[in-house]
Design a protein around this ligand. Sequence first.
Ligand SMILES: [Zn+2]
Length: 553
Amino acid sequence: MVRLNSSFLNILNFNGTHFILNLKPTNHFNLKFTPIGGVGQIGGNCGLFETENLILIIDAGVLFPRAEHYGVHLASPTFSEIKKNKSVELILTHAHEDHIGALLQLLKHFPNIPIHVGEFCLLVLRRKFPKINLNIKTILKNGESFSIDEFSITPIIVPHSIPETFGIFLSYKNSGHLYISDFKYSPLFDKSFAHIKQAYSEKKVRYFYCDSTNILNPHENKSEQDVIDAIEKVLLSSEKNVFITFFPSNLERFCGILKICIKHHKTLFTLGRSVIEFAKNALEFGMLDQYEFDFINDDTEIQPINSVILVTGSQGDFFGGLRRLVDNESSKVKIKPNDKFIYSAKMIPGNEMKVMSLLNKLAHQKIDIFLPGSDTFHVSGHASFPEVKKVVTIVDPNFFVPIHGETVFLKKSQEKISNEFPKLNLVSVENGCSTLIKEEIYEVIEKEKGLSLLDFYDDNGNLVDQNTLRQRKKMALTGHILVCYRRSNLQSLRIETMGIVQSSKIDYEFLKNKIFNKLKNSDHNHQELNTYIRQYFLDTIGHKPVVGIYEIN
Ligand SMILES: [Zn+2]
């Protein structure tokens, strides 16, 4: 589908076909924007701004694997596609995993890449990768501009759910680009925006790349203080232990809980390492200066009584604190009937079933469970639609680019914003597609780069390819039949099965005799035997397992 209007030409992907627009060579090449992650998916955030001499990367995040990614623990953008014939530099906006988690993969391709990062994010990186030498070029400060090649760059602090989240204002020739992949609205936004308001408004072409994660929410977010008030109410109503699971990177919530524990003389315990790791970051960052603070060793024999216990693993992670608590695998901390449990987080799409099965187990144990919805036990770090609307009014762009969200969120964001701001130009972007930015825009669909999938057990960063993934999926869904024999002694023939329900319909003696007879005929090759065995299972149990036939010497 090709849509034309006076201000821009837009070529969209239609029925899965990629249209390629060959741009004529021009002496006026301005700027190209290519997201290689974070668009059409939640996670893996990575946007490239490319000029003649430079590729400026904003963020290098991971994506948590989907159900079809068997044996994959992390997915990252495909950095190998980034051209190596230009300077490449990196800006990290904040310390969430979906913005920094793929840094090691990026460093494999660009080992000495100059990094521009805020102080808090740098603390997190140093704790996360203590042995990696990072080439830190700029420490980002709210409203302080610096230059890279022809870009003038001004970071501004925006409200989110982790300290020091930056929106990035890129000034390039007569265009201004405000890139804020994660934010919510609070009056802090107006204060920060004041740093760039004049410079941005003077630009003829003004792009706003905007978070779409929470666009379906029609209500303004409540505040973190509302969450702390709701938690405090539960604390006051109980003489029992109160367990709280939350995102440990949300240090505003951590500090709020700490405050009410001090106020009501409760001891705070933690289950799971990441709470302590982030608390140490908070301490070093000066967020806990007002408290006398001591980390007591993990080996303490103190048992929590009438206490608050912060639990990691709110997404049902296999090695998280919540799973260990529910499965009674922690020798130190036990949850008992009538204890209270607060789920102070959001179930990230795709994790709902994992989390719900853990909550079901807690309900069976007669634990008092409090979920968001019954009261304000969680608020999002992402702007709802009324907040996006407010921010678009403040920023006053002439091009609006939804990023950071599933495809549905991006489309809804365009739909809702175009209803409110009919004169605003809407720009669709896709992972791996470049948008050439001039005074008008041309959108160019390039090849889909896809994700890089990292194997759960491979520390060397080898990727899981699509063929391996297909084999894993087949084995997981259909089971595995193993046939071994010695040519010199066919009586040694053995059949082993894995992941096959032992249906009474399967006659292994019959199958073994058939295989034996076929092997006696030396013309019979493994391929034909494989086909025969798969057909036998299809006829008896209705599906074909993966078959492996091995001749042992
Ligand atoms: Zn974030």
